[in-house]
Design a protein around this ligand. Structure first.
Ligand code: ADP
Ligand code: ZN
Ligand code: ZN
Length: 741
């Protein structure tokens, strides 16, 4: 037996693995993740290392291989547990052990991240402008210059203020004393939330009580498991998480709360802070690598009990992890886009199993995967169907855009929507208009009957390529673009072109003088752009907010009483099998945005396909009906969660080489497939055929069981490793992909 050992796992350059022989007295006693002592280097200095792989194959000259000297201790340290988790991820998702280790281990930064100072404006825009007038009037040029800059960009780097704006520290200090600006250093991240621990007593609803009670009765009996809370927005899920965590923490254990970054708002964190005070910490993408590693170290040293953050917070090195909560479990951001392309839900469950923790999944629109498993009895299901407050669910109207066209209305704003918008503007309430472009891939549809051109083999929409061909992104099926509608004969067959910018223009023309904010990739590019637009809207600086799916998450807007979904079809006819699910989720979330305050909300869903089940069930806010229809489709077509799907993405600068690589790989997969356990589909050309001059192709493998695909992946990885033809082809595996390539 031989073992691969990694010596220094906190090193930045985590790329050296050493092979050692397993002495006979240790045979059968070692497992991945275990801490061992090995002789290292010229002097054979006794050094600590971690087992990352065990096997029979000796990769070096056997006479030169050294032996492991001993096991450090039987109980696994947290690093060891994470190493074991990395091994699991490598097996489940593909890639190398090093890539997996880099994903899970907190790497110490060689150099401490420098303290970055920033100057932040503390005044509102209005107050700021007033002050600016004053400074100009008093001829206080330096102050005016700084304030003007801050009115453009509320947070500025200290260096920039000093050197580019030529402002001295004494000017900043003076303005700080006047309460105009704050001078912040890295410390702001250290203790990201301030507030006081409060003791708020709430009386739980019956549904909340059930969830907490059932979970706790299992936990006290040392039963660990996965629980899915299906609870409408406002049903009090967050309160339930907090109470569950509070009890787990009382036992001396720790908890991780995963939240999609976009929903990780100050308001949310504040609620956790009230219960856990400074024993809670957060992670987000704005932290530097150094700051992240600081947070991880605090967790390891037992300085915090609760870590809140996006996907990567899952690897917080808590010593006694007791609970992992995944809020908005259906979000696609829980799937990593980097190798290993892991899913946080599955990985959280794997980690929880290894460390005797439980997992709570929460969503108003659970993913098909999670609900399927809950129905199979793998997870326990808690339903929370009632809102805690007075607010009722929004009234939802569906508008048939085909009828609008017949009536001669060619605008993107239907008559119904326009009428409701007018009402809102009169009453000084707010409106959100939402364009769900996510996943939009250039499908072709009939404006008169709503017909969409689909792949005859895969039942997903075909995409129109520049060449004029209609292409399937799964199987590669191609056909020429029809000149008229195959269903009704109409020649009004086209792609949907409107973007947020055009919609802004149309809205401004239709409602002159009304303040409109727009939120999309363009307007949020700046750091905090996202947050600043949302808070401007929350402050009432505009009556209408137009945006992509970004606007349906995060902030609560009590004054929004109308939500318009401009073209539900955009995400409905995305070119992948999750299109229906995603549309249902987006529409439900969008409708949930209306009427969060005292006033009743309404939502308008505009569509060419008013009878499509995803749209009908979303309008009726009927998750169950949606699930039943969708699961039939998945089952019929053999898509996850009923079966498993593996995308093999190949990319290369050399198209010929790439084609050959695909062909050989497919042939090899065919040879493995003697028992016909897998369907091999493609190669297909992805939606984006070329990125930075690198061509891409995808093969899809379908099988009843996930582990069949894992085995195939292992064979393919070996095949690729030993075949020099793949030296210039990059191959990535993606199991049950969330997004099409
Ligand atoms: P969700 O996470 O399901 O959207 P929240 O936990 O955020 O729901 O609850 C929505 C609102 O209702 C919050 O303001 C919360 O403080 C409040 N709330 C939750 N549970 C209760 C309760 N049992 N009694 C009163 N208010 C509650
Ligand atoms: Zn038609
Ligand atoms: Zn197809």
């Amino acid at each position: 037996m031989y073992a691969d050992i990694i010596i220094d796992i906190t090193h930045e350059k985590l790329d050296k693995v050493f092979q050692y022989a397993v002495p006979s007295n240790l045979e059968g006693k070692l497992s991945v993740g275990m801490e061992v002592m090995v002789p290292f280097g010229r002097g054979n200095r006794s050094t600590k290392g971690y087992v990352i792989c065990l096997g029979n194959e000796c990769k070096y000259d056997p006479s030169k291989i050294k032996e492991i000297s001993g096991i450090v201790s039987d109980s696994m340290e947290i690093e060891g547990k994470l190493v074991a988790l990395a091994a699991w991820m490598k097996e489940q998702y593909g890639g190398t052990m090093i890539q997996a280790l880099k994903t899970v281990l907190p790497i110490k930064q060689k150099e401490k991240a420098k303290v970055k100072k920033r100057v932040r404006l503390l005044l509102s825009e209005e107050e700021g402008k007033e002050k600016l007038e004053y400074f100009l009037h008093k001829n206080q040029k330096a102050r005016a210059r700084l304030l003007a800059a801050l009115l453009d960009e509320p947070t500025l780097e200290y260096e920039l203020v000093l050197h580019k704006l030529n402002i001295t520290l004494s000017v900043i200090r003076a303005m700080q004393e006047q309460g105009i600006v704050a001078l912040e250093s890295k410390q702001v991240y250290r203790n990201p939330v301030e507030g006081t621990k409060e003791n708020i007593q709430i009386t739980y609803t019956k549904e909340q009580e059930n969830a907490i009670g059932d979970f706790w009765s299992d936990y006290e009996k040392d039963i660990r498991g996965t629980y899915l809370i299906h609870g409408v927005t406002g049903s009090g899920k967050t309160e339930v998480y907090i109470e569950m965590i509070r009890r787990v923490v009382e036992l001396g254990k720790q908890a991780i709360v995963l939240i999609p970054e976009i929903a990780l708002t100050y308001q949310t964190v504040l609620r956790f802070y009230r219960t856990f005070g400074d024993r809670v910490s957060i992670m987000n993408s704005r932290l530097s690598a150094g700051e992240r590693s600081d947070q991880m170290m605090r967790a390891k040293e037992g300085k915090i009990d609760v870590m809140i953050g996006p996907r990567s917070a899952l690897f917080t090195p808590f010593k006694q992890l007791g609970l992992i909560v995944i809020d908005e479990e259906h979000e696609s951001t829980y799937k990593s886009e980097q190798i290993p392309r892991y899913h946080a839900r599955e990985t959280a469950i794997a980690r929880a199993n290894m460390e005797q923790a439980s997992v709570i999944l929460g969503s108003a629109t659970p993913s098909m995967e999670a609900m399927y498993r809950a129905r199979n009895g793998e997870y326990k299901l808690f339903e929370m169907m009632n809102r805690t407050g007075r607010h009722s669910m929004a009234e939802v109207y569906t508008v048939d855009l085909r009828e609008e066209l017949k009536k001669g209305n060619r605008s993107i704003l239907s008559e119904k929507l326009q009428t409701l918008m007018e009402e809102r503007l009169e009453r000084n309430e707010q409106i959100m208009l939402f364009l769900n472009r996510r996943g939009y891939s250039g499908f072709l549809s009939c404006r008169e009957c709503g017909y969409v051109v689909k792949c005859p083999h895969c039942d997903v929409a075909l995409s129109l390529h520049n060449s004029g061909k209609m292409v399937c992104h799964y199987c590669g099926h191609e056909e020429t673009k029809p000149s008229c509608c195959p269903q009704c004969g109409s020649v009004h067959l086209g792609q949907f072109r409107a973007g947020t910018q055009q919609i802004e223009k149309i809205v401004k023309e239709r409602f002159p003088g009304v303040h409109v904010l727009r939120m999309d990739m363009d307007t949020t590019r700046k750091k905090d752009g996202h947050e600043s637009i949302l808070s401007a809207f929350a402050n009432g600086e505009a009556q209408i907010l137009i945006g992509t799916q970004m606007i349906v998450k995060g902030h609560d807007f009590p004054n929004v009483t109308l939500v318009g979904v401009l073209a539900a079809d955009l995400s409905l006819y995305a070119d992948d099998y999750r299109a229906g699910e995603r549309t249902f989720q987006l529409l439900t979330q969008a409708a949930g945005r209306a009427g969060r305050g005292e006033k009743k909300g309404e939502a308008v869903i505009q569509t060419y396909s008013p009878t499509h089940y995803a749209i009908k069930t979303a309008a009726a806010q009927d998750y169950e009906a949606f699930y039943q229809e969708e699961i039939q489709y998945r089952d019929l077509m053999g898509y996850p969660p009923c079966e498993s799907l593996l995308a093999v993405l190949l990319s290369s600068e050399n198209l010929q080489l790439l084609d050959m690589g695909c062909r050989y790989l497919k042939e090899f997969a065919d040879r493995l497939n003697k028992e016909k356990k897998i369907d091999i589909i493609g190669p297909a050309t992805p939606g984006i055929e070329k990125i930075n001059d690198v061509y891409r192709k995808v093969l899809y493998l379908k099988a009843q069981r996930y582990d069949t695909l894992v085995k195939v992946k292992n064979y393919l990885e070996k095949y690729i490793e030993v075949n020099p033809g793949y030296l210039n082809i990059r191959v990535q595996f993606d199991f049950n992909p969330m997004n099409i390539f």
